[in-house]
Design a protein around this ligand. Sequence first.
Ligand code: GLN
Length: 436
Amino acid sequence: SYIKVIEEKNDELNAFLELNKEDAIAKAEEIDAKIKAGEEVGALAGLVFGIKANINVEDLIISAASKTLEDYIGSYDATVVKLIKAEDGIIIGINNMDEFAAGSSTETSYYGAVNNPAAPGRIPGGSSGGSAAAAAAGMCDIAIGSDTGGSIRNPSSHCGVYGMKPTYGAVSRQGLLDLSMSLDQIGPMARDVTGITLALDTIVKYDPTECTTLKWDAPNFTEIALSVKDKEKPLEGMKIATCKEFKEVTNDEINEIIDESVAKLESLGAEVVELSFDYIDICLPTYYLINYVEFFSATRKYDGRKYGSRIEEVCGPEVLRRIQMGSYISQKEFSGKYYQKALQARSLIRNAINDMLEGVDLIVGPTVPKLPHKLGEELEPMEMYAYDVLTVIANLAGIPAASLKAGEVDGIPVGLQLQAKPQDDAKIVKAMAAFE
Ligand code: GLN
């Protein structure tokens, strides 16, 4: 039935780059047979997954939506894919995205833009725009995306689904094509909270082959989500903070919806306070400097010898800008000037956010400060980067963050972002489940 939905809607949405039709049907039949025979099945049995085109799946084309890798066939399963398959999740196909995950609109894909199913004619956000569109349009149950500066949360916000970037290191990045390795994190997107928690319970795992994964005895997120369901005041005892500076950079019509959501969290038992964050102005420059340098480094392997073409010769303008800027910034004569400064600024941001989270359980606010633009509208690079101001903070600080649908402005979904201390992912899950 999911294949039918994809075949029906994909021409219009362009959310899937490749379908894993035969394999998915075979897997579904295998699970069905097991269930009928009374055999045990995995925790994800029957759930249908879309995988972002920068995460390796054996035998499928993992192009990162770039001409550079148009012929690259995944030679192994990324750790997350292995874990999903081991729990009987069904991989139905590969989702469209911004080229190498560098973007906020999914318009930079070599394979064309993705349409927003919740607000047709507008961008779905990015870079996991194909994933969010697929989840929103019912083309899969759960989409696995990556988030370097908002790429799970931003499209989740624009398409009106749940999306979560776990604590840095909670999910293995082994098999993910790097955008910026100190910021990248894999996470789930889904139409309901249990879609998110079932995925988290499977993919939040220590991975001995990935040196940044955490040795963490994580709680059972699905149990936490289910445990709040019948309570009248499920958020009793929880303290949440809004932030003045987040409001100041956000459109009024979005702020109105966020205020209503905060009132709803309060009515669910949370205590609300307002805090201040001094570094909002340096978040984007800090993020992009680090992103350029790390991306430049990550792309040196695409020199045409092993993987497809030499990246500089075939990539789009945004990817080229990052490579050129990354190369420029990391020149020897600038030593101590740009990159070093960005790392210092990153520490300031991380410390300020962690200080805020000392006294409260969650920081809440808008996920994205403006509404998604219409497909075809041309934005300057800085206008595009402006979408990211509220999402890059969590990546710079390594903290968990999620987006849920707070409401709509003229039919266009608006997301509420929840952020917590490192490894306090469960608090986010609890609030999401209470809000649902
Ligand atoms: N929009 C941001 C960027 O262009 C974030 C991308 C991401 O999270 N992959 O870098």
